[in-house]
Write a protein that binds this ligand. Structure first.
Ligand code: ATP
Ligand code: MG
Length: 313
């Protein structure tokens, strides 16, 4: 509740303002009085310099908006002043192309990091966008599912690789492939939280029980602290009865986990990747840009006050 009520007031605070605020007890107190955010109990007086939080963007259903969310949310958070790494671990490499990177010119990618033991710092490249770095994908990744099977600690390769770099960033997002194979398992083992984009259409919840079953297994075996960051509703059209029915269903499935900010269907969002740009650098005034900025604000507000739950609409 506190996060939601503060959201409109916490519009796109810069990284510096945020850290300055939470590191100052007097200002923390002001924040509490002004906006109702309890920060002092969460940060416990410790200096906060980097959170290095890792978020896997997952849904094994194809075409639901994982990559669109990964690219545009990462860019929006980067533009607010936070250091963001986007790891493209989908063999399709759509996030890599969507950030204007030519896969053919890469020598080290997330494939070499997962399979070959390459250091993630050798794969990570700066993008032309503010505060946004990319661990690109390559076609080779298509064979990684099979190659991983042969390796020991096969489920923890990405966790080990990210351990060396995660604190260089405030947030690390992983754009997962539309499968629940070993690559996605690696993401679930490496992450602190998972974000689930859900397309507002028929069969939206199809496969989610399977996804949650996999998450429970990962939690039991390898990652006891894994939690759900939030559920993002994509291709939302509030005029349709179907959309409302899907939203109600999703909220029943994920009580109090669904973001208030929704992503509408917007042609600019589908055009931007062919220009190799996040939508905010392609059409800064589009509904797509606004909706991902709203989602970024909600994400930042939740993380700023340590809450992982969003209030239902
Ligand atoms: P995959 O499972 O294949 O990786 P995905 O879940 O990553 O797919 P996207 O690639 O983000 O899904 O989106 C699928 C298609 O829908 C893309 O062509 C994308 O441009 C388009 N798209 C995604 N979100 C929107 C939106 N809100 N409005 C319009 N088009 C969208
Ligand atoms: Mg994708």
């Amino acid at each position: 509740m506190k996060a939601a009520s503060s959201m409109s007031l916490l519009l796109f605070v810069s990284r510096e303002t945020f850290f300055e605020y939470v590191n100052s007890s007097e200002k923390a107190c002001n924040l509490w009085q002004e906006y109702g955010i309890m920060v002092d109990s969460i940060f416990d007086g410790e200096e906060l310099t980097s959170m290095g939080k890792v978020i896997a963007i997952v849904n094994q259903k194809g075409g639901v908006g994982k990559t669109t969310t990964a690219v545009n949310l990462a860019a929006a958070i980067g533009s607010a002043g936070y250091r963001v790494l986007l790891a493209d671990i989908d063999p399709q490499g759509n996030a890599t192309t969507g950030l204007g990177v030519n896969k053919k010119q890469l020598t080290v990618s997330s494939y070499e990091v997962l399979i070959g033991g390459a250091k993630s710092s050798d794969a990570i490249i700066a993008t032309q966008f503010q505060n946004l770095w990319l661990m690109p994908s390559s076609m080779n990744l298509a064979g990684a599912e099979l190659e991983l099977v042969e390796l020991s600690q096969r489920e923890a390769k990405m966790k080990s690789a990210l351990a060396l770099v995660r604190d260089d960033y405030d947030f690390v997002f992983m754009d997962c492939p539309p499968t629940l194979g070993l690559i996605t398992i690696n993401a679930l083992v490496a992450c602190d939280t998972l974000m689930v984009p859900i397309q507002c259409e028929y069969f939206a919840l199809e496969g989610l029980s399977q996804l949650m079953g996999t998450v429970r297994q990962v939690k039991r075996l390898w990652n006891p602290l894994i939690d759900i960051e939030g559920v993002a509703l994509t291709m939302y059209d509030g005029r349709l009865n179907l959309t409302q029915a899907v939203v109600d269903e999703v909220k029943r499935f994920f009580p109090r986990r669904v973001y208030s900010a929704v992503i509408p269907r917007n042609v600019r969002l589908s055009e931007a990747p062919s220009f190799g740009k996040p939508v905010m650098y392609y059409d800064s005034l589009s509904r797509g840009t606004m909706s991902y900025k709203d989602l970024a604000n909600e994400f930042l507000a939740q993380n700023a006050c340590g809450e992982q739950l969003s209030s239902p609409q």
